[in-house]
Design a binder for this molecule. Sequence first.
Ligand SMILES: [Ca+2]
Ligand SMILES: [Ca+2]
Length: 110
Amino acid sequence: MMVRDERRFKMADKDGDLTATKEEFTAFLHPEEYEYMKDIVVQETMEDIDKNGDGFIDLEEYIGERRHAPPPRPFLNRKPPLLPPRRLKPSVPDVGGFGVGKKPLPDPEE
Ligand SMILES: [Ca+2]
Ligand SMILES: [Ca+2]
């Protein structure tokens, strides 16, 4: 898991200075929302499903993944507050994270 986080962090760190800007950190947390992070999303998802590590997902691995995977439990995911959970499974539609963090803030300047 540490290796994966490090790899993903480096992918999100566009300028390679090993320091995450707000945008880079957002890309790290929500790689599926960033085009340049798509490869790592696919790679991580495949690694999750590809149990025997042959680089391919066969039907059994795919079905087994779906059968044994626990249902999405947003509050069980490691996440910072006010952000919806990471969704790495492409087959799971984004349900909007219950609107967490999506509520528009009132702008006192306007
Ligand atoms: Ca950076
Ligand atoms: Ca396999």
